[in-house]
Design a binder for this molecule. Structure first.
Ligand code: SAM
Length: 283
């Protein structure tokens, strides 16, 4: 087996290696290589980029990434049953694919990679949001990655790109849009997956900006946003009372009405609120 094009169809791979999907691992596989190549292309030109793929499974998206010209792919897979199938791909593209068995929440992949780095993944739904929040809140900015091209349940994708005033607007929208451009680039019907999930899925492309759109202390912004959206039905003066006794003064400084609910407050105003709180700590 010496080329990606000579590899057997994914359906055969799944049967041969007995990869019956496990719900506990969020396994909904993509078996159409035209589709996985299309998803890979949403990440842009990867020919000079190392790619991290979380959860390659039998390797549908992995093949799509390699076929689309990714320089190297580092794939982290928790399910050891998938490793023989992935080894077949590794053999077809010597030095371009490196598979690590393990939990993506526990592994730091950076030592294996050379920048620039992109993350592309059909994420397992049970750890998808947690991984995204980690990638969006590193200690230093710009982050280790240039872009994230990620499959989520449509509802999660809509929260990432939501604007103020919509029901989907919340913590994920602020974390993503503060320092990134984020857009939905594809929707996929449930039937695109084996087995089909209950919901529609969407691919989100997130590109890191060199610096934040508005200045704010990261820790304070994260705390304020978490508190505000934790009780999104409450007025801001009530939901943020625990953060600072004089919260009404800070809301005023940021141009936010004390009676506003979090879902109408823009990213710019959340940042202004974080700035005002930081200023008062310094004085
Ligand atoms: N990329 C494949 C595809 O598109 O067909 C599989 C995607 S499937 C939605 C999610 C994959 O993530 C599964 O292969 C599952 O075993 C793997 N997975 C689940 N939890 C994981 C974790 N914590 N770390 C790494 N991989 C994980």
């Amino acid at each position: 087996m010496d080329s990606l094009h000579d590899l057997p169809p994914l359906r055969d791979v799944i049967t041969r290696h007995d990869l019956s999907a496990r719900k506990s691992l969020g396994q909904n596989f993509l078996l159409d290589l035209n589709l996985t190549s299309k998803i890979a292309r949403q990440a842009g030109d990867l020919s000079k980029t190392d790619v991290i793929e979380i959860g390659p499974g039998p390797g549908g998206l992995t093949r799509g990434l390699l076929l689309s010209g990714a320089r190297r792919v580092l794939a982290i897979e928790k399910d050891a049953r998938c490793l023989p199938a992935l080894a077949e791909i590794e053999n077809a593209v010597p030095d371009r694919l490196h598979v690590i068995e393990g939990d993506a929440l526990q592994i730091d992949p950076l030592e294996h990679l050379t920048p620039p780095i992109a993350v592309v993944a059909n994420l397992p739904y049970n750890v998808g949001t947690e991984l995204l929040v980690r990638w969006l809140t590193p200690k230093v900015w710009p982050p280790f990655w240039q872009s994230l091209t990620l499959m989520f349940q449509r509802e999660v994708a809509e929260r990432i790109v939501a604007r103020p005033g919509s029901k989907a607007y919340g913590r994920l929208s602020i974390l993503a849009q503060w320092r990134c451009d984020a857009k939905i680039v594809m929707h996929l019907p449930a039937e695109a997956f084996t087995p089909p999930p209950k919901v529609t899925s969407s691919v989100v492309h997130i590109r890191a900006l060199p610096s934040p759109r508005f200045e704010a202390n990261q820790k304070i912004l994260e705390r304020v946003v978490a508190a505000a959206f934790n009780q999104r039905r409450k007025m801001m003066r009530a939901s943020l009372k625990s953060i600072c006794p004089k919260i009404e003064d800070h809301l005023h400084n940021a141009g936010i009405l004390p009676t506003d609910r979090a879902e109408v407050v823009s990213l710019e105003k959340f940042c202004a609120l974080a700035q005002s709180l930081e200023q008062s700590k310094k004085n």
